[in-house]
Write a protein that binds this ligand. Sequence first.
Ligand SMILES: *Cc1c(COP(=O)(O)O)cnc(C)c1O
Length: 487
Amino acid sequence: MQSTADSSQAQQPLINHPSQLPAVDKLLLSEAMQQLRQHYGLDACTQAVREVIGELRTRVLAGEALPLDHSQMLAMARQRLEKRFAPRLRPVFNLTGTVLHTNLGRALLPQAAIDAVVQAMSAPANLEYDLEDGGRGDRDDLVESLICELTGAEAATIVNNNAAAVLLVLSTLALNKEVIVSRGELVEIGGAFRIPDVMTRAGARLVEVGTTNRTHEKDYAGAIGDNTAALMKVHCSNYAITGFTKSVSDADVARIAREHQLPSFVDLGSGTLVDLRDWGLPHEVTVRETVESGADIVTFSGDKLLGGPQAGIIVGRKALIAQIKKNPLKRALRVGKITMAALEPTLRLYLHPEKLAQELTTLRLFTRKAADMQAQAEQLQAPLQAALDNAFNKAFVVETAPMTSQIGSGALPVESLPSHGLKIHPASGKQAGRQLTELEARLRALPRPVIGRLHDDALWLDLRCLETSAQSEWLEQLPGLARQRKV
Ligand SMILES: *Cc1c(COP(=O)(O)O)cnc(C)c1O
C-alpha cells in the first residue's frame, strides 16, 4: 500500500492509517489554499488545517477508513474558516409575535437614528464639547431639553439602561438609608433584575409595606421613620395583580412623601412618551402623567415603548437630578456617543406626532392592521408550503391563522394585539413533537434565522414584524430549508 495520499491521483485512495494523511504544510502551501490564505491570513488557515488533520487522524485511529482527497480536506478547512469568521451577532426574523423581544434586542431603531449612529461612529462629534463657547460640555445636554419638553420634567440624565437608572437613583437618594416599597411591587424583571437585590447593591435598605395584594396609604405613612430616605413605586410592568386588590396611586405616594419632606421615586419600566390610545392601542401610563402625579424622580427604558436605543432615562426635579449626576457611579453608568446619537433623533420624532406611527419603527409595527398581516399570510402560504413539501416530504401543513402579538419587554403584559400569520402543523400526529423541533432548528439554521413560537402542537409565525420591505429576503431563503444537513 502507498504511504501517502496524493490528490493528483485519479482514484480516491482510502485513508486508513495516519501516515497517509498529508502534512499540515503540504495542504497549507498548496495552490488551492492560496485564496483562503489571502482571505483569512496564514495563522487562521494553519489553525484550520491543523484541526482538520487532527480530527481526521482521530477518526482513522478509531478505525474509520476515509475516502477523502486533498480538495475535500481543503473544503473542510474552508468550512471551519467560514464558521470562525462569520459574525456571531446576526440579523434574524422575529416572527415570535413579541415585538419588543428582549432576547432579540428589543426596539428596532427608526431610520433617522440609524443614520445618526453611522455618522457618530465615523466622525468626531461634539459629545461633550460646547460649540458655542468652545468649552467642555455635558453629554446629557444633547437631549435634556427635548426630554423635558416631552415629559414636563424639570431635568433629565441618561444612563446605560433602566436597571442602571434604578441603581443610580437609589444609590444617590438612599445610601445607608431606608426606602419604602409596597410588597406587591417587589418584582423581578427577567434575568437577574430584582428590585430587592438592586436595592441592596445600591446600599439602600428595603422597607416592605402592605401585603402582596393590598397596600394602603397608612402603610406608607406608618413606615416612615428617621432613617427613611424615599418612597418608591415600581410599575407592574410584567404582571398584573387582580381580584381583591388595593394599591396607592403614584399621586398619593408622592403626596405622602411630600408631607414628610421626602422624595418619591417611580420606576416606570417601559414608560411611553405618548398616549397610545391615540393610535388605537391599549393605554400605558405616560412619563408625563407620572411626572404630573407629583413623582420627584421617574425612570424608564430607552428601548421599550420609547422605541430607541438601550438606555435608562432619569427625569425629575432639578436639584435631585443634579445630585444624581454628581454620584461617582454616574460616570460608570453613562452612555456612549452611539447611544446618544440614536436617542436624540428618536426623541425628536415625538415632536411630530402625526408622522410618529410611520417614522418610529416600533409604533409602526404595533399599529399594523391585522388585515395587512392576513393579506401577507395569504401571499406567503403557498410558497412556504411548497418549500416545506420539498424539504420535509410533505410532513407539514401550512395554514393562515389569526394570532395575537404582544408588545413585550414587560410593557402592557396582559394586553395583546390582533395579528395574523402562518401556522405550521405536522401532517400526521406521529412524532409531531420531534418534527416540529426539527422544523424549528432548520428555520434557525437559515442564513437569516427565522424565529417563531411553538404552541399547541404547531409552529406559529406571526407576521407583524415581517414588514413588506423584508418579505422578499424571507421568501428567497426558503429553498435553503431543503439544503441543510439533517440535524
Ligand atoms: C424593564 C424594566 C426594568 C429594567 O429596564 P432595562 O432597561 O431592561 O434595564 C426595570 N424596572 C421595570 C419596572 C421594568 O419594566
